[in-house]
Design a protein around this ligand. Structure first.
Ligand code: GUN
Ligand code: ZN
Length: 467
């Protein structure tokens, strides 16, 4: 048994800030001089250091000074084999996949290439403060195994699965529905709930899945109801038009996944840019999640996600945020927050200053605004809720896995320290409001340079090197 302490300024969440309009701080906790007690990688206690320390005589404490310690970031939608596709020029989704993505992803059938790509992928995640991801691999079993092996080596909580596609991709890349089923079943038996690994049945997107492939996904979910389902939904207009022409019995995109019994708790659809009100409502009723990927939605020109609609209390949809790297041009969830904030602001803007009529009402406009509270909840506890792993991670509640990040509010572009100091009365944050102001500065002006340390299960796996 190992017992360790981490002391510093702790910031986490106990509730959804969208439920506390005008009083969002009620959803958060801030301990300017806090202590985390960690036993064998699991949080045993948290609270003010002065109160807690005497209860643990002899506790070996690591003091993390002048940092904000927040739960590890959760990336709800990312593509492992697109690490080298970052920043590919010039196309929207469908031609981008053909021109840049499939030619790169097919390289992952080579175990050496898969290993190198996957190692670099995890290194980049940790340097970005991301401790959990729900990931797409490729159609190759070896790439999926390599992913779980590498995650296990770092003891990270992950969700992933063999990525199924049997149409609308080049011959050299597609799999058969039969092979996808067989290999998925083998991978589930080998990896699901082994260590911190969780398995997601992963039809890449409905447009890339024949009816046979979708039926195989349905069969896998029936045979393995504990598994997750991860896919894309309603991302790009050309994609949506093509899909609906292939499924004339479905009136919308979600309907295709519903037809095959995939929509329910633990279902995630990435993007959801063009979801209708009816689709949002059905997702809400069924406990399914949408993953907001603003970097990608902007980079690939897919459109502006309706954050204020997804968070409508009358039909609230579970939601994670994701990079969608390489469709997203960043690894950092801080950049995701930056773009999410900008998308929300654009959704609200009209030339005459009135509320955009595409919005349902003024409160939708209010809900589009991504405060620091909403933002950091979304990539920690909220993200965990969207993925149905909030019993394991997302905040510093005792019993949860001790994944956290030490943020340096002064780390960032030139003049960051000077700019951030405007948020502080003294040298470091003493109040929740000061801490939230620093976090907003980090997400809007900073990037992964603000990530000083990343800890997984009570072990430090990343430390930023001195400049
Ligand atoms: N839809 C199907 N495959 C992909 C992918 O790799 N990235 C994105 N953004 N959308 C997809
Ligand atoms: Zn994606």
């Amino acid at each position: 048994m190992t017992l360790i302490g981490i002391s510093g300024a702790l910031f986490d969440f106990v509730d959804d800030p969208w439920k506390h309009v005008g009083r969002e701080w009620e959803a958060a906790r801030f301990e300017p001089d806090g202590l985390l007690v960690i036993e064998d990688g699991i949080i045993k206690d948290r609270g003010p250091r002065v109160a807690l320390e005497p209860r643990y005589p002899g506790l070996e404490i690591t003091h993390i000074k002048d940092r904000l310690i927040v739960p590890g970031f959760i990336d709800g939608h990312i593509h492992v084999p697109q690490t080298r596709v970052l920043g590919a020029y010039g196309e929207q989704l469908l031609p981008w996949l053909q021109k840049w993505v499939f030619p790169e992803e097919v390289k992952y059938k080579d175990p050496d290439y898969a290993q190198e790509g996957t190692r670099r992928f995890f290194d980049a995640l940790l340097a970005s403060g991301t401790t959990t991801c729900q990931a797409f691999t490729t159609t190759h079993k070896v790439a999926t195994e390599t992913f779980f092996e590498e995650a296990s080596r770092r003891n990270m909580r992950v969700i992933a699965g063999l990525t199924g596609i049997d149409r609308n991709a080049p011959d050299y890349y597609v799999d058969s529905a039969e092979n996808f089923y067989r290999e998925s079943a083998e991978l589930i038996a080998r990896w699901h709930r082994q260590g911190r690994n969780l398995y997601a049945i992963t039809p890449r997107f409905a447009m890339g899945s024949s009816p046979e492939m979708m039926q195989r996904c349905e069969q896998l979910k029936k045979e393995n109801p504990d598994c997750w389902v991860n896919t894309h939904i309603s991302e790009n207009p050309a994609e949506i038009r093509t899909l609906l022409s292939l499924h004339e019995d479905c009136s919308d995109y979600l309907g295709v996944y519903e037809k095959y019994g995939l929509v329910g708790p633990k279902f995630s659809g990435g993007h959801g840019v063009w979801l209708s009100n009816a689709e949002f409502s059905r997702m809400s009723q069924k406990g399914a999640a949408v993953v907001f990927c603003p970097c990608s939605n902007l980079f690939l020109g897919s459109g502006l996600f309706r954050l204020g609609r997804a968070t409508d209390p009358s039909s609230r949809v579970k939601m994670s945020f994701g990079t969608d790297m390489g469709g997203g041009n960043r690894f950092s969830m801080l950049n995701v927050l930056e773009d999410a904030y900008k998308v929300g602001m654009c959704n609200n803007t009209l030339l005459d200053g009135s509320v955009n009529p595409a919005l349902q009402d003024v409160s939708e406009a209010e809900r589009n605004k991504l405060s620091a509270y909403r933002a950091f909840w979304s990539i920690t506890l909220g993200g965990a809720e969207g993925l149905y792993i909030d019993d394991k991670i997302g905040n510093f509640e005792p019993g949860k896995e001790a994944d956290f990040v030490a943020l340096d509010w002064n780390g960032g572009p030139p003049a960051t320290a000077w700019h951030q100091s405007i948020a502080l009365a003294g040298e470091r944050p003493e109040t929740m409001e000061e801490a939230a102001n620093l976090l907003f500065g980090i997400m809007m002006v900073g990037d992964e340079r603000a990530v000083d340390e990343t800890w997984v299960m009570g072990q430090r796996l990343y430390k930023k090197s001195a400049a």
